[in-house]
Design a protein around this ligand. Structure first.
Ligand code: HSE
Length: 312
């Protein structure tokens, strides 16, 4: 039976100053989805592993189901399809879990159908899945999950997604405290209005970060990792955040921020050695607090989602 399996990586959305408009992909961690035709003429999520029974299988609630259904509708495909989801990412972690599932499902389905769509054309369907999963169709996880690297969403309507440069040597540490923060809740704590002063500071940092990525200027990247819009409201939900932020700078990291809507903290370092050192520093901070964490050290993933297995 014809079957395709695709992988999509974990992602860090916002990257501090770029709320809803910046994201990057990390190596190693991610979700896998296998799709195959069925003779039932319906799209079904038939199997989910690694979610501790927490994800819905209903097609209109599952991010894979939503994304694939929307894509098939546009393609005018009326046949049936089975979707099996293998979660590698923890739910509610801020590492782009819902995005990775939707993107892997779309990439696998596109290949199963003989690649009718360009990779980037899959994005609107993944955004629709995010809208269903967390109430907001943000693209800063799905874009890097699909395309890899750093990505800027310059505009949502119409969608204008710009892949950015990935500086050589840049490394990421992800510190995942064992707390669950769901994105809809984490968005609800945000202030609805931004002052002119904060808008000016934030714009300067976004521009600085993009320039720093292109110039491969680690100092400029470091100075630009500053968020005056979301972090002040959200960091309160993450014990140990301020301590980690202070400690990692002393060790030579470029800076840190909340990964997406949290609770994962991402730390950027100018080389791998420092990325490992700050992982240990973070571990010590959380040991003191008495909160379990998982830590991952990774290069920036420049490949994005891809097909890992195909049975004809
Ligand atoms: N930009 C989104 C947010 C990312 O911060 O709510 C969620 O992972």
């Amino acid at each position: 039976m014809k079957k395709v399996t695709a992988f999509a990586p974990a992602t860090v959305a916002n990257v501090s100053c770029g709320f809803d408009i910046l994201g990057f992909a990390v190596d190693g961690l991610g979700d896998k989805v296998t799709v195959s035709f069925n003779d039932k003429e319906e799209v079904r999520v038939t199997h989910i592993e690694g979610d501790q029974g927490k994800l819905p299988k209903a097609i209109e609630k599952n991010t894979c189901g939503v994304a694939v259904t929307a894509m098939l509708k546009d393609l005018g495909f009326n046949g049936g399809l089975d979707i099996a989801l293998y979660k590698g990412l923890p739910l509610g972690s801020g590492m782009g879990s819902s995005a990775a599932s939707a993107v892997a499902a779309l990439v696998a389905t596109n290949r199963l159908l003989g690649n009718p769509l360009e990779k980037a054309a899959l994005l609107p369907y993944a955004i629709e899945a995010e809208r269903v999963a967390c109430g907001a169709g943000h693209a800063d996880n799905v874009s890097p999950a699909l395309l890899g690297g750093f990505v800027l969403i310059r505009e949502y309507h119409p969608l204008d997604v710009i892949p950015l440069n990935v500086p050589r040597g840049l490394y990421c540490t992800l510190v995942h405290p064992h707390l669950v923060i769901n994105t809809a809740d984490s968005r609800s704590v945000l202030r609805k209005n931004v002052t002119l002063k904060d808008a000016t500071i934030q714009s300067g940092n976004i521009a600085g970060l993009v320039a720093g990525l292109y110039q491969e200027d680690m100092g400029l990247i470091s100075r630009s990792l500053n968020d005056v819009i979301a972090e002040p409201s959200r960091s309160i939900l993450i014990p140990g955040y301020d301590e980690v932020k202070e400690a990692i700078k002393k060790a030579g990291a470029l800076g840190c921020g909340i990964s997406g809507s949290g609770p994962t903290i991402f730390i950027l370092s100018p080389k791998e050695e420092i990325a490992w050192e700050v992982s240990q520093i973070s571990q010590k901070v959380f040991e003191k607090i008495g909160l379990d964490i998982d830590v991952y050290v990774s290069a920036i993933n420049t490949r994005g989602a891809y097909v890992i297995e195909e049975k004809k």
